[in-house]
Unconditional design. Structure first.
Lengths: 109, 110
């Protein structure tokens, strides 16, 4: 059974910093990996999807990488802003979809 | 803009009531899912469906059932609501380009 781990569980940074969120998974036989953002009391908003054949995806200030062989993905956020404060979840699709517990990010003005 | 729509944002129901949570997607996705999300437990899969009239149990199906009579609609049914089913319920649909989630239903059972 696929297990997904996100480290750190919480992160607080000052505005303007670049930061990296980590996601690891136990089974490298995946179809894709998806990063989501969740604001308190809301649903999940998709940020980036990386297919298993890809190494990275970029959208604006966000860059996600995938290393299947080591079972790792990172989400890089450049020049963080207070509006980036949210919980970030990674999800790995193999036989089903497994979610990490999330990293709660706070960006302080 | 493609969407997954959950019929209610907030619901309050009494113990023992039969509860219906509705989810509709307009993306022609084959796959649909119901999750619940609880603090400290993350997202847990209740049921999913890969086609009309098909359903598969997820990790925590007890106390729930589902219905998928049309491709675009996937309903979650709490046969007899209990207080331990108080939670955030999230519906999603997917294709090879990933998952799209609804905005969630916060259900409180009193």
């Amino acid at each position: 059974k696929q297990e997904v781990t996100q480290i750190p569980a919480a992160l607080s940074v000052p505005e303007g910093e670049n930061l990296v969120l980590n996601c690891s998974f136990t089974d490298s036989a995946i179809y894709n990996l998806q990063w989501f953002r969740q604001d308190p009391g809301k649903g999940l908003t998709s940020l980036l999807l990386i297919q298993s054949s890809q190494r990275e995806q970029t959208s604006g200030r966000l860059n996600a990488s995938l290393d299947k062989s080591s079972g790792r993905s990172t989400l890089y956020i450049a020049a963080s802003q207070p509006g980036d404060s949210a919980t970030y979840l990674c999800a790995v699709a193999s036989n089903d979809m497994r979610f990490g517990a999330g990293t709660r990010l706070t960006v302080k003005p | 803009d493609v969407k997954v729509t959950q019929s209610s944002r907030y619901l309050v129901k009494r113990t023992g009531e039969k509860v219906f949570l509705e989810c509709v997607q307009d993306m022609d996705h084959e796959n649909m899912f119901w999750y619940r999300q609880d603090p400290g437990l993350g997202l847990r899969l209740i049921y999913f469906s890969y086609d009309v009239k098909m359903k598969e149990k997820g990790d925590i199906p007890e106390g729930y059932s589902v219905s998928r009579e049309k491709k675009e609609r996937f309903s979650l049914i709490l046969e007899s609501a209990s207080t331990n089913q108080t939670s955030m319920y999230l519906c999603a649909s997917s294709n090879s380009y990933g998952y799209t989630f609804g905005s969630g239903t916060r259900l409180t059972v009193v």
